[in-house]
Write a protein that binds this ligand. Structure first.
Ligand code: NAD
Length: 486
């Protein structure tokens, strides 16, 4: 712990009284940030650049401890995966903001009819909103706390971060890193349990970002509505992949399986299930087996498999699978000799062929290493199936450009990828978010900057306008209307 550590934390064994202390500290920190914002409501570009540069330094400085904390919380977490997503991903995103900040902050000129507004200056100015709350989940503890923080600070705001209680090592480390890097009236971290989480969403934030399940997303939106707090909700759902006729080959299978293995399926934009032309399901299974044997023969026993976050989550995945087994589904173990290990919580990937729509794994987001393979007779049926469900965060289409475009046109999702999966989430210049039950609002890049800014419409009056025409006496207005509508 450094001398700067003024973060808000509950002791490591959360209880109701621990959260009570953390909630009181949260209120104090919130009031301080609000006051600090009023004193300095418009940090200039130099200040914002220095904050973004501080994030880059912080992520590099804490790289090894981030790797260790991820490993501790997940039971097993591949170090290169942590480095790539949680460390390098944040460095790249902050660098992208640094490179573009000047143009993002520039006022946008807008048009006004000179006959009415003369030579007034008319523009949008992107003003910081103020104090922003960020509630993040366990699956990407740094990417989803520090990532949006980049957009939040680029837009000139202050922030309080609330990481998940499922990742206590990462949460404590995040608190330490942030406390060492930023003054608490600019950024701080609050650590605690569910009571703290609930209290967090009731504050009068200038904007509240929540990433997590749609069920809690609803509660957050209700809590925020009481204070008319604007929300960004980054939620989950079932992201489908579709292999259109003729698209099945080794490369498509590789994209789908490799994406599913990233975090062992515990990723909001993972492939949840795949639609395959019915006559090709057998070949999909065969190619999957071959890919496993060639590329990841001992995946669940090797270093590249991410542990399931908790025993409870592992039980849930196993329960889904045993329900499918009891229902008589074909379950294919694509990894020869794959085993589940309760100590590191690593699990092998299995395919489930044509599970019925009533099974849990077709009703809930799977968030683990099970891949339902659904045979279809007609592409329209697969599209209808997608449209009958909630709008997904991502859709992944494999096939000829024209057919892929048809699928994109006939479906609605937060993002989409053609001939690969999930990569849209790795591009800092592309807005990221959902639609419907997969969320609302966007972060990453320009859209993230704007999400956390107030797009203030500003008119600076100069000369030769007809301002008085809008006000009584209306004789001039009446003549103007007559003239315009003649
Ligand atoms: P989680 O259990 O860690 O919860 C997320 C956050 O909500 C945590 O900080 C938790 O403390 C807080 N929380 C829990 N109950 C709360 C309450 N009543 N009020 C306020 N806050 C509360 O994570 P989870 O929900 O299991 O995360 C997995 C879900 O998140 C999946 O659905 C996944 O798809 C989704 N997700 C979405 C994105 C995205 O960018 N759209 C990214 C990652 C995960």
């Amino acid at each position: 712990m450094t001398k700067f550590d003024t973060s808000i934390r509950a002791p490591s064994q959360p209880s109701i009284s621990d959260d009570t202390a953390a909630i009181a500290a949260l209120h104090t920190a919130f009031a301080r940030q609000k006051a600090a914002f009023l004193e300095d409501p418009q940090p200039d570009i130099a200040v914002r650049r220095s904050n973004l540069a501080a994030i880059i330094d912080m992520m590099i400085r804490y790289r090894q401890r981030i790797v260790d904390a991820m490993h501790a919380d997940f039971g097993h977490h591949p170090a290169p995966e942590t480095d790539l997503i949680e460390v390098l991903g944040m460095v790249g995103r902050a660098q992208h903001a640094l490179d573009n900040l000047e143009s993002w902050m520039a006022p946008q000129r807008r048009q006004g009819d000179p006959a009415l507004f003369g030579d007034a200056a008319i523009e949008i100015r992107y003003q910081p909103k103020g104090v922003i709350g960020n509630i993040s989940p366990w699956n990407f503890p740094f990417d989803l706390s520090v990532g949006p923080l980049i957009d939040i600070l680029a837009a000139g705001n202050r922030a309080i971060l609330k990481p998940s209680d499922y990742t206590p090592a990462c949460a404590d480390l995040l608190a330490e890193m942030i406390a060492e890097t930023f003054e608490p009236d600019l950024v701080t971290v609050t650590v605690g349990g569910v009571d703290l989480a609930k209290a967090f969403s009731t504050l009068r934030w200038d904007h509240l970002l929540y990433t997590g399940s749609p069920a809690i997303g609803r509660e957050i939106m209700i809590a925020a509505a009481h204070n008319l707090v604007p929300v960004t909700l980054e939620l989950g759902g079932k992201c489908p992949a579709i292999l259109t006729e003729g698209a099945l080959d080794e490369s498509a299978v590789e994209s789908i399986l490799a994406t599913k293995l990233l975090k062992n399926g515990q990723m909001c934009i993972s492939v949840d299930h795949v639609f395959v032309p019915r006559g090709e399901v057998g070949r999909f299974v065969e190619l999957s087996r071959q890919w496993f044997a060639r590329h990841v023969p001992d995946y669940s026993r090797g270093p590249d498999c991410t542990g399931i976050i908790s025993d409870r989550h592992m039980d849930r995945i196993e329960a889904m699978l045993s329900e499918a087994r009891s229902a008589g589904c074909d379950i294919i173990e694509v990894e020869e000799g794959g085993v589940s290990d309760r100590t590191t919580r690593r699990m092998p990937l299995v395919l489930v062929l044509d599970p019925g729509p009533d099974l849990r794994l077709m009703r809930e987001e799977i968030f683990g290493p099970i891949l339902p393979v659904i045979g279809y007779d007609d592409l329209d049926d697969a599209i209808a199936d997608i449209n009958a469900g909630e709008r997904p965060l991502g859709i992944y289409v494999f096939g000829e450009a024209e057919i892929a475009e048809t699928v994109l046109k006939c479906t609605v999702s937060g993002g989409a990828v053609v001939n690969s999966c999930a990569v849209h989430g790795a591009i800092p210049d592309l807005p990221f978010g959902g639609i419907g039950s997969s969320g609302m609002g966007r972060h990453h890049g320009l859209e993230g900057f704007r999400e956390f800014s107030n797009p203030r419409g500003v008119v600076v009056r100069r000369t030769q306008d007809e301002f008085l025409t809008f006000c009584p006496p209306f004789a001039k207005a009446a003549a103007l209307v007559e003239n315009a509508l003649r």
